[in-house]
Design a binder for this molecule. Structure first.
Ligand SMILES: N[C@@H](CCC(=O)N[C@@H](CS)C(=O)NCC(=O)O)C(=O)O
Length: 221
């Protein structure tokens, strides 16, 4: 049976949600984050990088959310949740599928790290670390995040979903950056379409079933 190696409170939530949308039977093996938020070493027995999500199916071990989404839609979707080949929607779908982890998440991770660094620095160094972090945030990270959030807003004004008028797996992939931006980057200020996107996905029965199965999820509020 298809197995999701599920790390609590993580991107793995998106995989559960996609499987619920597709109605594919699966089992969950659970891993709990360590106090420093890292994944436990047992996950490295499944995939050398020990990151979540990772799935096993039909003898394959598949890591990296985008690759998992592509695999699941291809192997189990039967044409669902993906626009037809050769259409403008399909090109948008491919773009957002890669953009979520390739462009949006690195910026959101930088935001998280520069916010945490001063809090974790030794007391003597804290003022200096705070200065460097604040400078990196104000000159590098925050302006780019602002630009990206405005981009999402603009795209969601053109169509209801990221790839067009139909809900696709690209929306599932984009949910994590939008939720992270709502949690720690002020998405709620001036981005009504993006906030509406979050409200709409969270209302989906498959999303709610995945939340029940995945356990507490604080990134998504
Ligand atoms: N780009 C990867 C990111 C994987 C990743 O960083 N996952 C986090 C959970 S959201 C993780 O495993 N963190 C624990 C750790 O790094 O030890 C993907 O989308 O699958």
């Amino acid at each position: 049976m298809l197995t999701v190696h599920h790390l609590n409170n993580s991107r793995s939530q998106r995989v559960l949600w996609l499987l619920e949308e597709l109605g594919v039977p699966y089992e969950i093996i659970r891993y709990e984050r360590l106090p420093d938020m890292r994944a436990p070493p047992e996950l490295r027995a499944i995939h050398p990088l020990g990151k979540s999500p990772v799935i096993t199916d039909a003898g394959n071990v598949i890591a990296e959310s985008g690759a998992i989404v592509e695999y699941l839609v291809d192997a189990h979707g039967g044409g669902r949740l993906i626009p037809s080949p050769g259409t403008a929607e399909r090109l948008r779908y491919t773009y957002w599928l890669h953009y979520a982890e390739g462009s949006a998440m690195p910026l959101l991770l930088l935001k998280l790290l520069f916010n945490i660094m001063p809090k974790r620095a030794p007391a003597l160094l804290r003022p200096l670390v705070r200065k460097v972090s604040t400078q990196a945030l104000t000159t590098l990270v925050n302006p780019q995040l602002k630009q990206h959030m405005a981009f999402w807003e603009n795209e969601l004004q053109k169509s209801e979903w990221f790839a067009g008028d139909a809900f696709t797996a690209a929306d599932i992939q984009m949910s994590f950056p939008l939720q992270a931006a709502a949690a720690r980057s002020g998405l709620e200020q001036g981005h009504p379409r993006a906030m509406d996107f979050l409200a709409r996905i969270e209302n989906r029965p498959a999303y709610q079933r995945a939340m029940e199965k995945g356990g507490p999820y604080t990134v998504g509020r």
